[in-house]
Design a protein around this ligand. Structure first.
Ligand SMILES: NC(=O)C1=CN([C@@H]2O[C@H](COP(=O)(O)OP(=O)(O)OC[C@H]3O[C@@H](n4cnc5c(N)ncnc54)[C@H](OP(=O)(O)O)[C@@H]3O)[C@@H](O)[C@H]2O)[C@@H](O)CC1
Ligand SMILES: Nc1ncnc2c1ncn2[C@@H]1O[C@H](COP(=O)(O)OP(=O)(O)O)[C@@H](O)[C@H]1O
Length: 663
């Protein structure tokens, strides 16, 4: 729940995304009281385009802008933005893609001197050609594509939050020719990332790139990847969720003053302040045990390095001690790198299992004792079968592991004082939090409590769900990661961390339902072998320093898991020196609401609020007031590229990230 208060609201605007129904509910009171949202959106977009032209060193009087205008209010926003740009001397051509166009916005555009190219044969736009034959329609489409390709800037205002499903008809044909037919934008992440093809126009999307899944973050068909998106009023889920977030480019959020109070976001993004809440500052009376101990059953004779990386990462992520369990060769390697690691069983506040352990498909799996030990441990987290009933109603003592006598075999228990935390058949809900990674994912019990955090990448999530009856490939998961992460949480009960450039964390909400946090703090240099092992170790450390709260507080599981991802990402950023990120918070473009007298005058003139004539807003009311939070220079070329890193660079950076967040 977002509460009011200016700084809270501004942070929420940057870090909370609301679904379309909620955005419509937030805009409704403003529309009812006559606030000219469309003009404000247009002013913000025009401001961004002018700053972009300035950044490109293109004189406004020599600039060519093509605007793809749909028939709805999104097209209206674009047409009014076009009128604004015409007023600044920019040559703007509107390509109308629907049968109609927003009447008042269209007339403003034409009166401002804009050129129009109509594509729909059945167009009813006043004063424009219509009823032309199929041949001419094809020629017009061809002309529009050529114009768009030659433009300095292409404004995509075909569809916004009113889109339903994949683009069809003329918008689909344009998107196919000018953009992509599904799939993630194929661009380098680094350097002049926003624009690696000097001949193509820069694309500014109005509210959302046309054709993307606004509420679910999918790319269901043709769309035009945007270099920048000027989002109206509040972020939508597509601005945070992969793969659609990669199609939004840099996001500028036009702040209309929506009251966020009482509206739950669909998705939230991690930031440093939220991550810091999951870091435990040492207390005066602390010793190594009270700062948190993580036990690791990771690495194997086949993949020994994962034992080293997970243990080393955990030891560097703000806890008091690490315990390592694994084959003797790996133990030796761990001790060489982490001499402070304690070998063998003992009391722990969290576990990390599975990194570097062969999965069932691996020919070596049967020979690996790590799998057996992990299986025995995980049996203690088994809280029953998945059903549509509340899993917490399951009998916590109905534990097959007891029958199998596995409790005696489970590593752990307190070697120092004999007080084994889970050797008494206690309920899975009371077990220490555990990160289940890589090779342990296929031995996850059917149903586990939320303090079980699973950390699959797309391929591993597909395999996990396939074992539970969903026939799924990695490509399926990558195409709709949020749905599949939610499905995995629903089926297993675990807190799900689906790794990627934007990592999704899905878990239980304290009020019931599901909560989603995203973290995209890392540059793409993080895609390197062993990075997942470092995340698992970091996760274990974050889970260990929650003073036992995770067994009580489902929200805290999601936050601690997302904090680990964020800290891991920040470590990659620090280690690589790169300014590129999987996800960046939007720049807020503040748009003061025009004076009530102005609104009254507009109403008197019979102009519906979504149909404000651009001429009725003075510069003072809109355009000049817009730039207060936005630099003229968009700084597109100034993001440092950084350099490649290896997993150990990440580990070395972890303490500095912790200190930066706590400081
Ligand atoms: N939130 C805010 O505060 C503010 C919101 N504002 C703006 O309003 C926008 C929402 O406007 P909206 O409701 O008119 O819908 P919009 O996005 O123009 O789409 C409708 C058009 O798309 C078409 N279409 C749909 N699906 C399609 C498909 N698959 N393939 C092809 N075409 C498809 C559909 O065609 P039809 O289905 O009718 O044939 C119709 O023409 C919002 O995004 C923002 O820009 C600002 O003005 C002010 C503040
Ligand atoms: N393009 C990218 N940008 C940012 N982070 C990435 C990118 N690709 C992968 N990552 C991150 O790198 C890590 C890779 O983990 P994983 O696939 O398990 O690797 P490994 O098995 O080699 O350790 C994850 O934390 C993931 O989020």
């Amino acid at each position: 729940m977002i509460h009011h208060g200016d700084s809270v609201r501004r942070r929420a605007l940057r870090h909370a995304a609301f679904d379309v129904a909620t955005v419509r509910a937030m805009e409704a009171p403003l529309l009812r009281s006559g606030v000219p949202l469309m003009s404000m959106a247009a002013a913000a977009a025009a401001r961004v385009v002018l700053a972009l032209l300035d950044d490109m060193d293109v004189d406004t009087h020599e600039a060519g802008v093509v605007l793809l205008a749909g028939a709805g209010d999104n097209g209206g926003d674009g047409l009014l933005a076009g009128a604004r740009l015409l007023g600044e001397g920019v040559a703007v051509t509107a390509v109308t893609v629907g049968r109609s166009a927003h009447a008042a916005a269209f007339s403003s555009f034409v009166r401002a001197g804009g050129s129009v190219l109509v594509l729909d044969q059945a167009s009813t736009i006043p004063g424009c050609a219509s009823g032309f034959g199929a041949g001419e329609a094809g020629e017009r489409l061809h002309t529009a594509i050529g114009l768009a390709q030659d433009a300095d800037v292409l404004i995509d205002a075909m569809t916004g939050i009113g889109v339903s499903g994949a683009l069809r008809g003329i918008p689909a044909a344009l998107a196919k020719a000018l953009g992509r037919d599904g799939g993630v934008p194929d661009r380098p992440a680094m350097g002049d990332a926003a624009h690696d093809d000097d001949d193509a126009p820069l694309v500014v999307a109005m509210d959302t790139p046309s054709g993307i899944g606004v509420d679910d973050g999918t790319l269901p068909g043709p769309y035009i990847p945007a270099d920048m998106t000027v989002m109206c009023g509040a972020l939508k889920p597509c601005a945070m969720l992969p793969p659609a977030a990669y199609a939004c480019g840099t996001v500028y959020l036009a702040d209309f003053g929506f009251d966020l109070h009482g509206h739950d976001p669909a998705v939230r993004a991690m930031d440093g302040a939220l991550a810091a809440r999951s870091l435990r500052l040492p207390r005066l009376q602390d010793a190594k045990y009270s700062r948190g101990v993580t036990g690791l059953i990771t690495g194997s004779t086949r993949y020994p390095g994962a034992g080293v990386l997970t243990t080393d990462a955990a030891a560097h992520a703000n806890i008091g001690m690490v315990r390592y369990m694994g084959p003797s060769r790996v133990q030796d390697m761990v001790l060489t790198r982490v001499p402070e690691a304690v070998l063998g069983k003992g009391r722990v506040e969290s576990w990390v299992v599975g990194s570097g352990v062969p999965s069932a498909q691996d020919p070596q799996a049967h020979a690996d004792t790590q799998r057996e030990i992990i299986t025995a441990l995980l049996a203690h987290y088994d809280v029953g079968e998945y059903s549509t009933d509340d899993p917490r109603d399951a009998d916590p003592n109905d534990d097959d592991a007891d029958d199998a006598g596995l409790h005696d075999e489970v590593p752990g228990g307190d070697a120092e004082d004999g007080d084994a935390p889970f050797a008494n058949g206690s309920a899975g809900y009371a077990m220490p939090p555990i990160c289940v990674d890589a090779g342990a994912l296929d031995i996850l019990p059917s149903r586990v409590p939320p303090q079980v955090v699973i950390t699959p990448h797309a391929g591993e999530l597909a395999a996990l769900l396939s074992l539970r009856g969903e026939a799924l490939s990695a490509a399926d998961v990558l195409a709709d990661p949020w749905s599949w992460a939610k499905r995995a949480h629903e089926i297993t009960g675990a807190t799900v961390v689906l790794k990627g450039a934007i990592t999704l964390v899905v878990g239980d909400h304290e009020d019931g339902g599901v909560v989603t946090l995203v973290s995209g703090a890392a540059p793409a240099w993080l895609g390197t072998a062993g990075a997942g092992d470092v995340l698992a170790g970091t996760m274990g450390a974050l889970l260990a320093q929650q003073d036992g709260e995770l067994q009580e507080d489902a929200d805290a599981c999601v936050e601690a898991a997302a904090a680990a991802c964020y800290i891991h990402g920040r470590a990659a950023a620090l280690a690589s020196g790169s300014g590129q990120r999987g996800w960046s918070e939007p720049t807020i473009v503040r748009i003061p609401v025009p004076a009530p007298a102005m609104n009254a005058a507009l109403s008197d003139a019979g102009l519906g609020v979504g149909a404000v004539d651009i001429d009725d807003l003075s510069d003072d009311d809109a355009v000049d007031a817009v730039g207060s939070d936005m630099d003229d220079d968009l700084g597109m070329d100034e993001v440092p590229v950084g350099h490649p890193i290896v997993a150990h660079d990440l580990i070395a950076a972890l303490p500095r990230v912790v200190s930066g967040l706590l400081g």
